[in-house]
Design a protein around this ligand. Structure first.
Ligand code: ADP
Length: 615
């Protein structure tokens, strides 16, 4: 793990985008803001362009004016008028600024974020399942989701800083230049320390990169203490002491890194500080004082301004350099966002795609083989099968034999590596994806509940008229009705307590009944149930199957179940073994055949009988 992290960090360190791409990424970020709110964009920068010169005019420039005015005997009125103008402009700009940022722009800020997130979410729902299994893609995907909005706003801010520094630099340089051009030499001195700055930035970057794997471990330890899913295991044995030990190890690693980088960073910082404060500021001050005292060539006001302006100039210059590094960093993250947004899903509508039939139709698999991305072997091998419209098929087989994979192919979550899946005699790739998937009601083995009402969890879509009766029917048939009717707000109760203190936490079996209600609530021609009853007790399972078969009258049903007792009533049973269909037939036929199905069935039956005998 540590070696892997090191390799990854090294790869990240080397990564640098060409200038053209960096500029294009920066424009991409600016476009996101501009397209949502040109007003926000314009105000953002206009306010900086007003603030920055105002800062100069009410700082160094004002100081010079006052001291020189007093020295030259400039009329008081002139200085007071200048002060009054500056004060009034400052008051007005501040007022407009506060109003805009707190009242007008607050909503715009949210809109920019929402618009970008919507784009990302839409894309996320389009990318095929295999993208989740490609580490490189998944990494970019997570980074895009995490960073997109933040980076866009950081680009705005970096440009803002850039403008501020440029204006400050130009104004102060101009002032210094008219006071005495020789002073510019002192102002430019910090640039000579560029190589030290580079060394300091590299040290900082390396230190952060080296800390990352340790931070990841530290965060992991933290998660194991606060996440519900670890709570039980953490209380068994002495896992918690082991984890606290891991925390101590991360502390040691952090300290080792501080010892490695700390003193080098201190030296670099020291050289830079001395370079700026001693050489530049003190040097310029000494020069100015010498000029003011020896030949009277510099007024006291100018002398004071030199001290102020020189440090401002060296600050602006050194920060301008880091601004470019910031652009480079933002660009790297934005590149991931753009990669993700520009990604063309592989599973999508073909050019001449037509809507899928809305009535029950035959399903055929024609010599289908399938291999997962990055896998060395095929998971499904040369499968051909026919499922007649309205048939009830049980798909059985040991763990890992490929049942769920076959279902994923049927749903077109993946396309076969070879061969084709057909509906009504036509390759499913020739149907529009949306209409094809609309034809299925599915309950997955690893179903999830959303933190929404029971009703929303059953329907999994926007509500329509007549839904109250539909949800009521679905939860009755799936066996969830008794439990739901005892909840405070019935079908309107929120599931989980994540956002609602009055929400309901249901047991796994109860959740499975809600998940099953999804299949009852959808009037699609094909129903797929992947291990629909694994968390149900035998009576609930029997009732649910009975109800499902009645509800599915005239529709095709394909169900996967470990309990072979539920396969007995199926029209046909497909037995999968090692990614192939090895036995097909009714329960009676397969029992008579005396193959693997018969053996599995007998084993399970003996198990039950054995248990009964012990009781
Ligand atoms: P079953 O549903 O019969 O238990 P699966 O279809 O889930 O079997 O899995 C069949 C095989 O495919 C297993 O060996 C499993 O490890 C592998 N497999 C499943 N999902 C993936 C995946 N996303 N990437 C790579 N291999 C997978």
């Amino acid at each position: 793990m540590a070696v892997k992290d090191k390799k990854k960090d090294k790869k990240e360190k080397k990564k640098k985008l060409p200038l053209g791409r960096t500029v294009s990424n920066i424009f991409f970020a600016l476009r996101q803001v501009w397209e949502t709110s040109p007003g926000y964009f314009i105000f953002y920068y206009i306010s900086t362009m007003l603030y920055a010169p105002l800062d100069f005019l009410s700082g160094s420039f004002l100081l010079r004016l006052i001291v020189n005015g007093v020295e030259d005997g400039t009329p008081r009125e002139a200085i007071i008028t200048y002060l009054a103008v500056i004060a009034s402009v400052t008051l007005i700009i501040h007022l407009v600024n506060r109003y805009y940022w707190n009242v007008v722009s607050a909503g715009k800020y949210q809109q920019i974020g929402a618009r970008l997130r919507r784009k990302l979410f839409v894309k996320a729902s389009e990318v095929e399942l295999s993208c989740y299994e490609t580490p490189e893609f998944y990494d970019k995907y997570v980074k895009a989701m995490d960073e997109a909005f933040d980076r866009v706003m950081k680009v705005m801010q970096t440009i803002d800083n850039f403008i501020w520094r440029m204006v400050t630099l130009l104004c102060n340089s101009f002032l210094i230049f008219i006071i005495d051009p020789v002073l510019m030499v002192f102002a430019l001195l910090p640039l000579l320390l560029g190589f030290v700055r580079k060394w300091r930035n590299k040290l900082k970057h390396d230190h952060i990169a080296a800390r990352k794997p340790v931070e990841r471990r530290q965060k992991y330890v933290r998660r194991t203490f606060y996440l519900n899913e670890y709570a039980k295991e953490m209380r068994i044995g002495n896992m918690h002491t082991h984890m606290v030990g891991e925390l101590d190890r991360t502390l040691k690693d952090f300290c080792a890194l501080i010892r490695k980088y700390g003193w080098k960073r201190a030296i670099a910082d020291y050289i830079l500080e001395i370079g700026v404060s001693v050489v530049t500021v003190l040097g310029a001050t000494l020069y100015a004082v010498w000029r003011a005292l020896s030949d009277g060539g510099m007024s006291i006001g100018d002398c004071i301004v030199v001290v102020e302006s020189i440090s401002v100039i060296s600050w602006a210059l050194s920060n301008l350099v880091s601004t470019f590094a910031e652009f480079g960093e933002h660009s790297l993250f934005l590149d991931d966002v753009r990669f993700f947004l520009d990604y063309e899903p592989k599973i999508k509508d073909s050019e001449n795609a037509v809507p899928a039939p809305t009535v029950c139709a035959d399903i055929d698999l024609d010599k289908v083989s399938f291999r997962y991305e990055g896998a060395k072997e095929d998971t499904l091998h040369d499968i051909s099968l026919h499922i007649g419209a309205g048939e009830r098929i049980a798909l059985v087989g040991q763990n890992g034999s490929g049942k769920t994979t076959l279902v994923k192919l049927l749903l077109r979550l993946y396309d076969p590596t070879e061969g084709s899946v057909k509906l009504d005699g036509k390759d499913i790739r020739d149907y529009t994806l949306g209409s094809y998937r609309d034809g299925y009601a599915c309950v997955f083995q690893d179903f999830r509940m959303f933190s929404m009402s029971v009703s929303d969890n059953v329907l999994l879509r926007n509500p329509e008229e007549g839904d109250t009766e539909l949800v009521d029917y679905a939860i009755r048939e799936s066996g969830a009705y008794d439990r739901v009717s005892k909840l405070d707000k019935g079908v309107d109760t929120t599931l989980t307590r994540e956002f609602d203190d009055k929400g309901a936490n249901l047991s796994v079996g109860e959740q499975q009944k809600i998940a099953l209600a999804r299949a009852f609530a959808r009037k699609s021609p094909i129903i797929i149930l992947d291990e629909p009853s694994s968390a149900l007790d035998p009576i609930a399972e029997h009732t649910m199957f009975d109800n499902m078969m009645k509800a599915a009258e005239g529709r095709t049903v394909l169900f996967i179940s470990h309990r072979l007792s539920s396969a007995v009533d199926a029209d046909r049973i497909f037995l999968m073994d090692g990614g192939r269909i090895t036995e097909v037939g009714t329960h009676r036929e397969l029992m008579e055949k005396g193959g693997k199905y018969a053996e599995m069935f007998r084993l399970q039956a003996e198990n039950y009988i054995g248990k009964e005998a012990r009781v």
